[in-house]
Design a protein. Structure first.
Lengths: 68, 312
């Protein structure tokens, strides 16, 4: 369920310039994770900090490993 | 899908199907020596790292049809390690100019499968990468990877009115530079779909010399192109603000010229440092093998490149 919530929130963000601007205004990882959880919660999506941290780690790993 | 604040940062092929990785790049100047450095800077923000989107090339082309990027005003080709980053940094110095420098997604289009839509894809990728980074920018310059000069025919077909230059340098100095820190194109098999034929018993220096010779030959094959300019490293940086500006009909105001001159005083690949000439140091470390490889493969081409420069 958490993964579905994360996917749904991610889709919302990609479709909503306002959300993108809010998230872009964050100054670092901790602030971004907290804001994602809060904004998702406002939409009834139960995204947990671990979901976001996991997604961040995966994105970082995928980019670093793009040549492999 | 709204891609107006996004830039393609990577393109991978799955057969004939391209997958483009887009990053939110609003507020990011493309002023690093290389596009890859700009991408790394972008992805250092967790939002830009986390929220990316993927499309195919059709979506990219549609986005560019809706928002054409800046019209290309000049293309930079080069044999590598010959001052092309300096030229790119100088061209990008005026606030009206945008330079896209060795962007991997562009190389991926060029290196992709042959397809009837390839010219459209190429124009689309240049348009997507060439979106103005601020309201002042009016001209786009694209610096290609060294091996992209092999794709000059398709690039010229896609952009028949865009002038281009080819930069070259004393081949001994280029080989010395690759000997210290080899570029991907002079390492056998390092480039995707190795584009340089090679015999298995070549030494690394011989291989590098042959690759560089292929690059120079490809450029010389277009020496009669009226939109071509051949530039010797020895003529930098003055050539850019004088002859090249004239050849490319670049109107540059005093502020822009001052900024270009200032850019020329910095180390192009590490602009925090001042430029220091290194030709003498490179000539002082030439090995017999490098000298022999240069003589065999590159010195005759260097002479022809100098003739091409002189004939303009």
């Amino acid at each position: 369920v958490a993964a579905e919530a994360w996917v749904a929130f991610r889709r919302d963000v990609l479709a909503d310039r306002g959300l993108q601007e809010q998230l872009l205004a964050t100054s670092g990882r901790t602030e971004l994770v907290a804001l994602v959880v809060r904004l998702a919660g406002q939409r009834g999506l139960a995204v947990k900090p671990d979901d976001v941290e996991h997604a961040l780690a995966e994105a970082k790993q995928a980019w670093r490993g793009r040549w492999i | 899908m709204d891609l107006s604040r996004w830039s393609p940062i990577r393109l991978t092929w799955n057969g004939d199907r391209a997958v483009i990785d887009w990053c939110h790049t609003e507020g990011i100047a493309f002023d690093d020596p290389f596009f890859s450095q700009t991408v790394d800077r972008c992805l250092s923000h967790p939002f830009r790292l986390l929220f990316r989107q993927e499309t195919g090339l059709d979506a990219l082309c549609l986005a560019v049809e809706a928002r054409p990027g800046l019209a290309p005003a000049g293309f930079v080709f080069h044999m590598s390690r010959c001052g092309s980053t300096l030229v790119a940094q100088m061209l990008g110095a005026p606030s009206q100019h945008l330079v896209v420098s060795e962007a991997a997604p562009l190389e991926a289009v060029l290196g992709g499968p042959e397809h009837e839509e390839k010219l459209r894809w190429l124009r689309g990728m240049v348009g997507a990468l060439g979106q103005p980074r601020d309201d002042r920018q009016r001209r786009l310059f694209v610096k290609f990877d060294a091996w992209s000069v092999l794709d000059l025919p398709v690039i010229r077909r896609a952009f028949p009115d865009v002038p281009w230059l080819f930069l070259y340098r004393d081949p001994v100095e280029v080989l010395v530079s690759h000997g210290r820190r080899p570029g991907a194109h002079v390492l056998r098999g390092a480039l995707p779909g190795d584009r340089f034929a090679s015999a298995p018993d070549l030494s690394p220096v011989e291989y590098a010399a042959q690759v560089l010779a292929s690059i120079c030959e490809a450029a010389l094959g277009h020496r009669d192109d009226p939109l071509a300019t051949f530039v010797d490293y020895a003529d930098l940086p003055g050539f850019v603000t004088s002859d090249l500006a004239r050849a490319w009909s670049l109107v540059i105001d005093d502020e822009g010229r001052d900024r270009m001159t200032a850019a020329a005083l910095a180390d192009a690949k590490n602009p925090c440092l001042a430029f220091e000439p290194d030709s003498a140091a490179k000539q002082g470390t030439v090995t017999d093998e490098i000298r022999a490889a240069a003589d065999r493969w590159l010195v005759p081409l260097h002479a022809r490149l100098r003739q091409a420069s002189a004939s303009v």
